[in-house]
Design a protein around this ligand. Structure first.
Ligand SMILES: N[C@@H](CCC(=O)N[C@@H](CS)C(=O)NCC(=O)O)C(=O)O
Length: 207
């Protein structure tokens, strides 16, 4: 059975939603950030990057949401979580997910985890101050260019929607009102209404 290592409030929610919607059996294992468990020797054996999520599968451990999301979608074809029979649409999904993981998530991290990139307090303060504007720029692009709707890929729901929902949920932590992005806000509300999303939220936050 798959085991997802997660932390409440973290980006692991995207993978948790995909699992909840997949119909695959799974277990959840909380990683306690307060105890720095993500840096423990046992955890680093699963993911040397020291981050959540990790999905432990029958073949071994997988890290990175982009990889975990596409793996779950491919392991559960009946759940229709990705356009598995259309290589171009699948690649578009991967392009969007890579943008979320490689650009949007990193823009957000400059607020709370600036120590990854700088040591001096003025540099940390600068990065934290710039994070909301960078996130606004990212979500403006998502609103105007990517989210043609109703889903990220248009008419076809996919794991990209779970990932977008997860990062949209972080906007309020930066003082950004998602209502400034009407398509994104509408997408968020429709995601929240999905039973799999509600299950994942409940399990993820209960920890
Ligand atoms: N690109 C990675 C990012 C993973 C990541 O940064 N996870 C954060 C939580 S959102 C984490 O584990 N942080 C713990 C730390 O930095 O010590 C992915 O999408 O899986």
């Amino acid at each position: 059975m798959n085991t997802l290592f997660f932390s409440p409030g973290a980006c692991s929610l995207a993978s948790a939603i995909a699992l909840a919607e997949s119909g695959l059996p799974y277990r959840l294992q909380r990683v306690k950030f307060a105890d720095n468990e993500q840096r423990s020797p046992e955890y680093l054996k699963l993911n040397p990057n020291g981050r959540v999520p990790v999905l432990v599968t029958e073949k071994g451990a997988l890290s990175e949401n982009v990889a975990i999301l596409s793996y779950i979608a491919q392991m559960a074809p009946d759940a229709k979580l990705a356009p598995l029979d259309d290589p171009f649409a699948f690649a578009r999904m991967q392009a969007f997910n890579t943008y979320l993981g490689g650009t949007v998530h990193v823009a957000y991290a400059h607020k709370r985890r600036g120590y990854r990139w700088a040591d001096s307090q003025p540099a940390l303060d600068d990065m934290a101050a710039k994070a909301p504007q960078n996130m606004r720029d990212c979500f403006t692009l998502i609103e105007n260019e990517h989210l043609t709707g109703p889903w990220v890929l248009g008419e076809t729901y996919s794991v990209a929607d779970a990932y977008l929902f997860t990062l949209t949920d972080w906007l309020s932590g930066l003082g950004i009102d998602k209502a400034d992005f009407p398509r994104v806000a509408d997408h968020y509300d429709r995601m929240r209404a999905r039973p799999g999303v509600q299950r994942a939220l409940a399990e993820h936050e209960a920890g």
